[in-house]
Design a protein around this ligand. Structure first.
Ligand SMILES: [Zn+2]
Ligand SMILES: [Zn+2]
Length: 717
């Protein structure tokens, strides 16, 4: 958070002035004694320099304290932000002649008859010119000409070039997008506003394609018309290219985009514009919560169920939804949560009337919900009707849709080629030297790679245990699916979208644009393809391996599987054609499918929430996960058991474990988990948390376990 929140090149010097955050009243985070002293001093003095604080505490290194307070949203740094960065400049081209007269153009083209390259540029210029200077690189690209040719035109005093500042953040052309409201959306807005009369948080539960964005935009319009700011949180900026284009088209310079990959200069720029209300709206990732908003009236959390809203590393481990709602209390503003598949936590709060609940059932333009069918892999294997990883059901549907000119999305939540190499002679499998996990084969590089720590080595040709050339690949990732498409659907082009193909800054949007423009027929991808994309022509979605998600060892696995599958299903079908979804599974009788096939979230929730109650899980119980970590496995074991015993003395059977997680060693360090389950109803949670924290702190100081890392995570994800 720190690096994401504190503009990096904002040098803190002893003269740097610090004051309380205008909205600071209290904070959800624990404050150290020294932090409390600083805040008290600021309440009296209003403004202190870094030097003052050093004297006050009588210590030299106070930077960590300042950063920590800043990060917790308690203070602001008063530096002339605007001067500390240089705005980015671009070269523009403008005419050096009167463009109004046709005859002038005519004359110029005649003059340039013997200079075809220069003529090309002038032609491109004529096409692009709308009485405003044109970006030099755009002009050259359009004319497909060199800088030297342009220099020729400048020498002839036909065109002029000059340098000017531009908004650093790339403004892409927003496509024409109609955002008038339909009846259901209008009703939703009325309901939301009505609920805000006596509630601070409203959950907007709208099926995919119901137009939640329309509702968000109208709510933001109202907020900024009252002179307040709005913050629009999304799980990942990279996955919102289409949304950004639309918002930019509508709000222009009033909207700022904030993500964690900006460099320091860019962050300072945004930071300053937020502070001075130049940005009325910010679209950002979770750390945007820490921007210095002058007056925040509305917080929107889109796709509120996404687990990326929870920060794991580094501390503070916060959930953006909870931290955001808390922040809005300080600002006196409202929160709007949006999703097609609410998190159980939020839906639970809505059921108990803590949050308001507004539903939208219709897909935009009355598009039907897609038809979902299951492909029974057990049966298909028995009947030998599988084509490698494609069931006959999926294969035939793909053939049909592709022949009709439609597009297909295939979802496989595993990247790489094959997750497992195994020797058929002796059973040997290559594993990571730092982690307890097998290495995934990547065909593009012929490496085997650890997806936990990034360790890689060339793929072995023969077994390293018995020396036989009998290594076999098991399982399959996106890379292999892409490969097999070339065999089974050779006449159709496919694209792959996963972590490996989207590394460059623009790689992601390139893939999206190519698919949107119909340059490929099939898009294969990991969960990147499940989110926020609107493709007109996608008629079929194939989920290749539903079981892999359901088997994930976590109490939220079923909830998440439902969310993922329902989201990716939402990509199928538009306008006049009903989309189809094929889910491949060995487990057709899993209760989840019954609800998924009927698009029955409520039914699913009612069924699954009972399990949560029966097995003592959230939202009925509060979970606290304690991770004990060290390079020495024995030390981890003894420390974990000692701590668990001590906690058991206090909390009794609420303490579970310690246990090794499925992947016990990551990056050379072993981890054990202790889990605590607190019943919400009879416990004073803040107090229980404090006692627990103290207990863990005490434990850390004992000499025996020196150096062992202990991490406390409330509401782990
Ligand atoms: Zn590893
Ligand atoms: Zn072997």
């Amino acid at each position: 958070v720190m690096d994401a929140a504190l503009p990096g090149n904002m040098k803190m010097e002893s003269e740097t002035k610090i004051s309380l955050h205008p909205n600071y009243a209290t904070t959800p985070y624990t404050l150290s004694e020294k932090e409390k002293i600083i805040l008290e001093a600021l309440q009296l003095q209003k403004v202190l320099t870094v030097g003052d604080i050093g004297q006050l505490l009588d210590q030299k290194t106070i930077l960590p304290l300042i950063k920590s307070l800043y990060e917790k949203g308690c203070i602001v740094l008063r530096e002339e932000v605007a001067e500390s960065y240089k705005a980015k400049k671009e070269i523009f081209v403008k005419p050096a002649f009167d463009t109004e007269h046709k005859s002038t153009w005519q004359n110029l083209f005649e003059i340039l008859e013997k200079a075809p390259k220069q003529s090309d540029i002038l032609l491109a210029f004529k096409k692009l010119y709308k009485n405003e200077p044109i970006l030099k690189r755009k002009l050259l690209k359009t004319a497909n000409a060199s800088s030297a040719a342009l220099d020729g035109l400048v020498e002839k005093q036909i065109l002029e070039v000059f340098e000017a500042e531009v908004d650093r953040v790339l403004i892409e052309d927003g496509k024409g997008w109609d955002y008038t409201l339909n009846a259901e959306q209008e009703k939703a807005i009325v309901s939301v506003k009505d609920l805000y009369k006596d509630r601070d948080v409203v959950l907007l539960h709208g099926v995919t394609g119901s137009g939640k964005t329309h509702v968000f935009m109208h709510m933001m319009d109202e907020t900024i018309s009252q002179g307040k700011q709005a913050l629009y949180l999304v799980p990942e900026i990279a996955l919102t290219a289409q949304l950004i284009q639309r918002l930019r088209a509508k709000y222009g310079k009033d909207i700022g985009i904030y993500h964690s990959k900006f460099n320091a200069d860019e962050r300072v720029e945004i930071w300053s514009k937020v502070l001075h209300k130049e940005y009325k709206i910010v679209l950002g990732v979770r750390s945007a919560l820490f921007l210095p908003f002058a007056e925040l009236g509305l917080l929107i959390i889109d796709e509120e169920h996404e687990h990326t809203f929870k920060q794991f590393e580094p501390a503070p481990r916060y959930h953006a939804r909870d931290a955001g709602i808390f922040l809005m209390n300080l600002h006196g503003g409202k929160t709007l949560l949006g999703t097609a598949t609410p998190s159980f936590d939020s839906y639970f709060n809505a059921q108990r009337n803590k949050y308001g609940l507004v539903k939208m059932h219709e897909r935009f333009g009355n598009i039907q919900m897609p038809e979902i069918v299951l492909a029974d892999l057990q049966q298909e294997h028995r009947k030998k009707s599988m084509k490698s990883h494609f069931s006959s059901v999926l294969y035939l549907e793909m053939q049909r849709v592709l022949a009709e000119g439609g597009q297909v999305i295939l979802f496989q939540n595993r990247r790489g080629y094959a997750p497992l190499l195994e020797c058929t002679s002796c059973g040997w499998t290559p594993t990571c030297q730092n982690c307890d996990i097998s290495l995934t084969y990547h065909q593009s590089t012929h490496d085997i790679i650890c997806h936990y720590c990034g360790y890689k080595e060339p793929s072995p040709k023969k077994c390293k245990a018995c020396g036989n050339f009998t290594l076999k690949m098991l399982g399959y990732g996106t890379e292999k699916i892409e490969d097999e498409l070339k065999i089974f659907f050779p006449e159709y082009k496919s694209l792959r979208m996963d972590q490996d193909t989207t590394r460059g800054k623009l790689a992601y949007s390139k893939i999206i644009n190519a698919f949107e423009d119909g340059e490929a027929h099939i898009l294969v991808g990991t969960q990147m393809v499940t989110k926020g994309l609107d493709f007109e022509n996608v008629r079929l979605v194939g989920i290749l391996n539903a079981d892999q998600m359901l088997r994930y060892p976590d109490f939220r696995a079923v909830e998440r599987s439902y969310q993922l599958m329902s989201q990716v299903s939402g990509r199928a079908g538009r306008r006049d054609i009903r989309g189809k979804v094929v889910i491949q599974t060995f487990n057709v009788n899993h209760p989840l499918f019954e609800y998924l096939l009927e698009h029955n979230y409520e039914g699913f929730y009612v069924n699954e929430i009972q399990e949560r109650l029966d097995f003592k899980y959230p939202p009925f119980y509060k979970l606290v996960k304690i991770s004990i970590r060290d390079e020495d496995q024995e030390k981890v074991k003894t420390a974990a058991h000692a701590l668990a015993d001590r906690l058991r003395d206090i909390y009794g059977p609420r303490v579970l474990g310690p246990e090794f997680p499925p992947v016990a060693r990551i990056r050379g360090r072993y981890t054990m988990h202790i889990m605590l389950k607190f019943e919400r109803r009879n416990m004073n949670m803040p107090e229980a948390k404090l006692v627990l924290q103290k207990e863990v702190e005490n434990f850390k100081t004992s000499k025996e376990y020196k150096g062992v890392r202990i991490i406390l995570d409330v509401d782990p994800y």
